[in-house]
Design a protein. Sequence first.
Lengths: 113, 113
Amino acid sequence: DGGITQSPKYLFRKEGQNVTLSCEQNLNHDAMYWYRQDPGQGLRLIYYSQIVNDFQKGDIAEGYSVSREKKESFPLTVTSAQKNPTAFYLCASRGAGGTGELFFGEGSRLTVL
Amino acid sequence: GEDVEQSLFLSVREGDSSVINCTYTDSSSTYLYWYKQEPGAGLQLLTYIFSNMDMKQDQRLTVLLNKKDKHLSLRIADTQTGDSAIYFCAGIGGSGGSYIPTFGRGTSLIVHP
């Protein structure tokens, strides 16, 4: 079945460590997005990519990095520069045309100890 | 870009109707969406409405769009305990084909037996 897969589901990190969250989709979508979700704050856009080998900063990109070397993959690295990284991270993709809806992964919960 | 506002909480009794409201700023959104998020999971598209429509009905769900007031609502008839979740209103704005999805902060719907 087509879909979008995030891993790991849960991740614990010590302060000062970088960590990479995986996002893979087999929907043949060009656009992919990373959101951060904190209680009561909704979804905030970290980075997005409209096409392979290209990506743009969102509203809260500081302390994060991404790559888009393959169409199906859009990994997010949470660096030690991110001051408050504990959050729920959601990856999404969107195809061209149609209703423009986003398809979401199940999310990754990162906890910094 | 798009700015989307919605109330944070709604509590209803099982069997009653629920109405979740949303306001948005960017009138250029072609589609407006309602997503549902269950605890610890990603978002799933619940329904959408095309910007030239006033109303859309899909089983227990009714979406009303008031373009003049930039107001969107989601009515859930005969609300069940399984409807308890966070509901997000979203639009897609942006210029030059950037198509950046913007989400409201989410309304937590609590259904009492």
